[in-house]
Design a protein around this ligand. Structure first.
Ligand code: SAM
Ligand code: SF4
Length: 337
């Protein structure tokens, strides 16, 4: 159930919406390109939504971060598409880290290119990494991602799990008839390691609508399965989106359930999303968004950009349902999850 929101008028805070939520977190899709083809995300013949030459440049990202940090944004997550396909990813992390006011820089990645970039990203100051991995079975990995690359990804996961100073979360999208039998295997990653494993619900963001095929598994059902495997599991406080968060006695890490589709956490949402083509979206379910490009390229002091951002955030829908069901988005890679 959504929690009630205050409907007071906009405050003087620079990036506040009509319900009193203040935006402090930017999710920036750096590209819509990807080196995998996850069945729930994009077709094999997926065409890039934004051609590489039209992706936001380092300068544009720098300007966006500077202006947003001046308006209260403290955390940035680079996502995509696959953000590590950007050859300037290390430079982008360094830039974000050196932006005054930005306190936390994170990446969501499928992990395939971490053998190339993990050390440099850490050296550039990366604070946190979400590693998306839905199976630890090589054949199943090839079925889900349509790429036979599991050994590389597994070794990259082990590489980052061993890095002290990097906060790692593993995102596991659970689907009926696909990977629910691996819940225990993923939970066991938390036994010896200070990692959070997050089980996520499928969302209706792929153009062949896999979520209509009976694969959807709700967070309530996930909780039931988790309790069957681990009756001793204990609830703990998670982040705003980790609606259910748990630990097991004696385990170092934690487990969370993300009700991404059932949308229980909209009332606490402080995020702004920007697509790789430079459109700001105040909600994952928003349809249109605000084109920031002209303002990003303007030679003013950032006033036009601030105004556009304020207007976009002011229009932030109360929750994902108000933004619209059955969104026309054809792939999560446009907006980055
Ligand atoms: N390529 C990177 C990755 O996979 O981590 C970053 C972008 S990907 C779109 C971000 C997250 O969105 C991943 O954790 C992925 O599992 C999730 N995702 C993609 N399509 C989804 C869908 N239809 N429903 C729920 N989550 C989805
Ligand atoms: Fe690529 Fe991430 Fe989409 Fe998978 S979920 S196809 S890795 S963008």
């Amino acid at each position: 159930m959504s929690q009630p929101l205050s409907t007071g008028s906009t405050t003087n805070a620079e990036l506040a919406d009509r319900y009193g939520r203040k935006v402090d977190y930017l999710r920036l899709a750096l590209t819509s390109r990807c080196n995998l083809r996850c069945v729930y995300c994009m077709r094999e013949e997926h065409a890039e939504v934004v051609a590489p030459r039209n992706e936001l440049s380092v300068q544009e990202v720098g300007r966006l971060l500077e202006v947003l940090a001046g308006m209260g944004v403290e955390k940035v997550r680079f996502t995509g598409g696959e953000p590590l396909l950007r050859e300037d990813i290390v430079e982008l992390v360094r830039l974000a880290k050196s932006t005054e006011g930005i306190r936390k820089v994170a990446i969501t990645t499928n992990g395939l290119l971490l053998d190339r970039y993990a050390d440099e990203l850490l050296e550039a100051g990366l604070d946190a990494l979400n590693f998306s991995l839905d199976t630890m079975d090589a054949q199943r990995y090839a079925e889900i991602t349509r790429r036979d690359l599991y050994p590389r990804v597994e070794s990259n996961l082990m590489r980052v799990l061993g890095h002290p100073g990097l906060e790692v979360k593993v995102n596991v999208l659970l689907m009926r008839g696909s990977n629910t039998d691996e819940i225990g295997r993923f939970v066991e990653l938390t036994r010896e390691r200070a990692v959070t494993v997050r089980f996520m619900e499928l969302m209706p963001f792929d153009d062949h609508q896999i979520w209509r095929t009976g694969r959807f598994l709700g967070a309530d059902k996930m909780l039931e399965l988790l309790r069957q495997h681990y009756p001793a599991i204990e609830s703990v406080r998670g982040t705003a989106t980790e609606y259910f968060s748990f630990t097991l006695p004696g385990y170092r890490g934690s487990v969370a359930l993300i009700p991404a589709f059932t949308r229980n956490f909209c009332s606490k949402c402080t995020r702004l999303r920007v697509t790789s083509g430079g459109r700001a979206m105040s909600c994952l379910y928003s349809r249109e968004g605000t084109d920031l490009r002209p303002a990003l390229m303007a030679s003013d002091d950032g006033a036009a950009l601030r105004e556009l951002l304020q207007e976009c955030v002011h229009q932030k829908p109360r929750d994902g349902r108000e933004a619209g069901d059955g969104a026309p988005r054809t792939s999560m890679s446009e907006i980055g999850g």
